[in-house]
Design a protein around this ligand. Structure first.
Ligand SMILES: [Zn+2]
Length: 138
């Protein structure tokens, strides 16, 4: 299979309500930051090692404690999911991509297409800049 690489011309973005509505290149949605879920779980505290510590613990030691569980939810930053103008696959912004404006869409740094990498560690070969609702090659 030969891949035809054609330059990206300026393309208008289109905001959609959710990631499920993203269909065409340039369709995007805004995913607001989600706070982590904090839950507290009771735990029992084991007696300490050593005789004297054990005696002290038997009288004054805490038998029960709480353990805080923090569940990080994606995204833990404001994110944009946009369909790549090149391959029409969804690309998400990272924490490094500051969203200057959601409408018209302006992102501070160019976005690289993860699907244009030759290997997972290689740099993307396709990147584009979004400014004032227009996608331009970066
Ligand atoms: Zn792409």
């Amino acid at each position: 299979m030969t891949e035809i690489i054609h330059p990206i011309e300026a393309l208008e973005v289109r905001r959609v309500a959710s990631s499920a509505d993203i269909l065409k290149p340039g369709d995007y949605c805004f995913i607001p930051k989600r706070e982590p879920i904090r839950t507290f779980q009771p735990i029992s505290i084991e007696p300490p090692q050593g005789f004297l510590r054990g005696v002290w613990w038997a009288f004054f030691g805490k038998r029960k404690g709480t353990k805080e569980i923090i569940e990080i939810r994606w995204p833990d930053y404001n994110a944009i999911i946009i369909n790549c103008p090149h391959c029409n696959q969804p690309v998400a912004t990272t924490k490094e991509h500051r969203i200057i404006s959601v409408e018209p869409l302006t992102i501070e740094k160019p976005l690289g297409c993860a699907y244009s990498r030759s290997s997972p560690t290689a740099a993307p070969t396709v990147s584009f800049q979004i400014k004032e609702g227009q996608i331009m090659p970066a």
